[in-house]
Design a protein around this ligand. Structure first.
Ligand code: ARG
Length: 425
């Protein structure tokens, strides 16, 4: 145990480091969205005691010392289920080889603040070398740095030479991804190792990808048996599994293996959509990022082969998104930020609406659906008494104009105000 952890177990330290004042805070705005029902509540007064919401009253009395957010709409803290905080969008391809794991953790500290500032109070970090994501999560939880509540995977697990390996250098350099494993037992060992070193959940690579060298997005990588082994091992300890999968066969195998979410899900067909619904598999589709890759990618160091792959994947993924929404597959918001700049995550909302969701569905994907995927529906995802006080305010009604989510004015996470740019703060 570290000295700090030891000291901090004493009652004295708990008193000193507590970040929450015990007084009740009241927050009021023009309106609030009940994301479960879609109802708009006028002039809400939300009481927060410590880190919990204790009451929500429509048109209630506003205490003198309340935080007032005129013109704003209150929504639950946003939740992005696919980011890589330890990576940056101008550091793609070979540039990444010059970045140490330790340096990447510091990049993560920068991006955690940026993400929280843009309204994301909870995130899943899906894949980081050297457990930099575990260190980042712990630093945020210890109150050392500001950031979203993180659920992290540690190194993403995949086959030799696959999307989650590092294929940039020739054999003599002996470079490999931290999560490379082959065979069901190899995969099990890697899953156990990730939990040993602090992962909350598991990320698998079921197919090739766009950004990796020498892999094909449409081709399956981890075999069904390998994914089954990972899912059994993770589910045994109550942890969830996310699978990167673009190609149809890889998506199907991941669903059959029992993963909890499929990331990207680019090449869907009717049968795959049916399977996802049958198994209750959640889709997390990063449909904004194609715009960044194709416009800025070359400058950002993205490999020419990746640009070529993106031209084949992006359009099809957007069609698949529309079909999945129409079929009623459960969806969460997942951006893959790091491929595009952190802080711009919310740009994806307007694309989710363009490609078939109602604004309410897009909001639900980033709140209650995400909370449910994490098994935290009792704590996160909506503004209700008893839940954790994660609140965001935006200038206008997102049910009328979803793009207001790109202009977050106020952020409270865990009962603590991290941002308030409204005039009378
Ligand atoms: N990390 C993903 C991959 O390399 C990014 C895919 C981005 N493209 C897209 N259309 N979603 O495969």
């Amino acid at each position: 145990m570290s000295l700090k952890a030891y000291i901090c177990r004493s009652a004295l330290c708990l008193g000193l480091i507590s970040t929450h004042t015990l007084a009740v805070t009241h927050i009021t705005a023009d309106r609030m969205i009940d994301v479960a029902s879609g109802k708009v509540i006028d002039a809400p007064v939300i009481a927060v005691d410590g880190n919990r919401i204790t009451s929500v009253t429509a048109n209630g009395d506003v205490p003198d010392d309340a935080i007032r957010l005129p013109g704003a709409t209150l929504i639950p803290g946003l939740m992005d289920m696919h980011v890589h905080l330890t990576g940056d969008a101008d550091n793609h391809g070979y540039r990444g080889l010059a970045v140490s794991t330790v340096r990447s953790a510091l990049t993560g500290a920068k991006n955690a603040r940026i993400s929280l500032d843009s309204g994301f109070t909870t995130m899943r970090n899906l894949g980081a070398g050297g457990y930099a994501d575990v260190a980042l999560r712990d630093a945020i939880n210890d109150g050392d740095i500001p950031g979203p509540r993180l659920f992290v995977s540690g190194p993403a697990i995949g086959i030799t030479g696959g999307h989650c390996d590092n294929n940039l250098l020739p054999a003599e350099y002996e470079v490999a991804g931290d999560g490379v494993a082959d065979g069901p037992w190899g995969v099990r060992a890697k899953v156990r190792n990730n939990f040993k070193y602090g992962a909350d959940l598991i990320k698998l690579c079921a197919t090739g990808g766009v950004m990796s060298k020498g892999t094909e997005p449409g081709a399956q990588q981890l075999a069904l048996e390998e994914m089954q082994a990972a899912v059994t091992e993770a589910h045994n300890r109550g942890a969830i599994v996310a699978a990167h999968a673009h190609g149809t066969e890889g998506i199907k195998a991941a669903i059959r293996a029992g993963v909890d979410s499929v990331e990207h899900a680019s090449f869907l067909d009717k049968e795959t959509i049916r399977l996802a619904k049958k198994h209750g598999t959640v889709l997390s589709m990063d449909i904004y990022v194609t715009e960044y890759i194709l416009s800025e990618g070359e400058k950002a160091g993205i490999l020419p082969e990746s640009l070529e792959k993106e031209r084949r994947v992006g359009g099809k993924q957007r069609e698949s998104f529309r079909e999945a929404v129409e079929a009623g597959v459960k969806m969460v918001f997942g951006s893959d930020a790091a491929v595009y700049p952190h802080g711009q995550n919310a740009r994806q909302f307007s694309r989710m609406v363009t490609f078939g969701m109602t604004p309410l569905q897009a909001l639900q994907a980033s709140t209650i659906n995400a909370a449910q995927l994490l098994g935290k529906q009792g704590e996160l995802g909506s503004i209700e008494p008893g839940k954790i006080a994660d609140l965001v305010a935006v200038p206008g009604n997102p049910l009328e104009d979803i793009s207001v989510l790109e202009r977050v004015q106020f952020v409270m996470k865990d009962g603590e105000v991290f941002k308030n740019t409204t005039a009378n703060f």
